[in-house]
Design a protein around this ligand. Structure first.
Ligand SMILES: C[S@@+](CC[C@H](N)C(=O)[O-])C[C@H]1O[C@@H](n2cnc3c(N)ncnc32)[C@H](O)[C@@H]1O
Length: 306
């Protein structure tokens, strides 16, 4: 047995066992791995607050809404966010700037009002003008006491084993960042989104198609694993589902969304695609070289009129 085969065998056994842990004790698993949703790197509360502010700004830049027009755009809007991570920081900013309500839906119970996250909330509050700060304070169960949690009338956190909202015709704006590449049943998530949205509502997503640390020497070599082995090792852990941009186009067409924007944020080198092409698993072989290059993208789509 070569060293490479031995390493692969070890990885399969370890990953398969931990996948079963994640399956039967998901809450324990996410706490054990220390997952925040923003990766495992150490970050200060100020850095985390800046991250949420950047996410907020990026959404409106991509939607073509100028900073001075954000409050008018958000006024009265009901928002659905998939996968907020360990703190609904974007939801808090949405409410502060005028949204009526935000439902945050996740497959894993990551949100924690830990000391660190309470400090992040304080940073966010401190960055707001007086009126926005007041709105943000009002969405806590106890004014001036974020530790008491969020009032579900304004920010509701909903955990569902498949990450689905179950809402119907209520939502004006859907958001996600670094989430869709993790969902276990992407057609079901798009269908949930479609049903939850009002007619003509907009959804905006940033999707990261990179390996999340699961490649070896080529950014696309995590596509070598067969679908069945990948499922065995990772299906319950929320690691990337490996779907490429072609799958998103097909699901959008099937669900009945109009694509407003679909643009790459990062492309692999053509030489990386040529190198992996002969060894990629069966399920990726039909994908064009152009589509295999996409390592991330922005998607804006609209629920059709009828
Ligand atoms: C990489 S984190 C991103 C968190 C946050 N959006 C951010 O930008 O920091 C992925 C998030 O998606 C969630 N997630 C995974 N599968 C999901 C599903 N099927 N439906 C909804 N959320 C899901 C994870 O639990 C986690 O909160």
């Amino acid at each position: 047995m070569t060293i490479t085969t031995l390493c692969a065998a070890k990885r399969i056994v370890k990953a398969t066992l931990t996948n079963q842990l994640a399956r039967f004790a998901p809450a324990w698993y996410v706490r054990f791995t220390g997952e925040t949703g923003r990766g495992l790197d150490e970050e200060t509360s100020a850095q985390a607050a800046r991250y949420f502010q950047r996410c907020f700004d990026d959404y409106f830049a991509k939607l073509g809404v100028a900073p001075s027009a954000i409050s008018a755009f958000l006024a009265g809007k009901h928002i659905l966010e998939y996968g907020p991570g360990d703190l609904p920081g974007v939801a808090l900013l949405m409410i502060a700037h005028g949204a009526e309500s935000v439902v945050c839906v996740d497959r894993f119970p990551l949100v924690q009002l830990s000391e660190k996250n309470l400090a992040v909330i304080q940073e966010l509050l401190a960055s707001l003008g007086k009126e926005a700060q007041q709105r943000a304070q009002n969405c806590m169960l106890e004014v001036n006491s974020p530790a008491a949690g969020f009032n579900p009338e304004f920010i509701r956190y909903h955990i569902d084993p498949n990450g689905l909202s179950g809402l119907r015709d209520q939502i004006d704006l859907v958001l996600s960042r670094a989430v869709l590449e993790h969902v276990n049943d992407l057609p079901a998530t798009f269908n949930d989104m479609y049903v939850a949205m009002k007619r003509d509502a907009i959804a905006i997503h940033q999707v990261d198609l990179k390996s999340h640390g699961l490649h070896l020497s080529n950014p696309l070599d995590f596509l070598y694993w067969s679908e069945s082995l990948w499922q065995l090792m990772y299906s319950h852990k929320g690691v990337p589902n490996r779907l490429r941009v072609n799958a998103y186009r097909a699901i959008l067409a099937q669900t009945g969304f109009d694509i407003v924007t679909l643009e790459p944020t990062l492309l692999a080198d053509t030489s990386d695609v040529s190198l992996v092409r002969p060894k990629i698993a069966e399920s990726f072989r039909h994908i064009s070289d152009q589509d295999l290059r996409w390592l991330g993208f922005w998607l804006v789509c609209r629920k059709k009129e009828n």
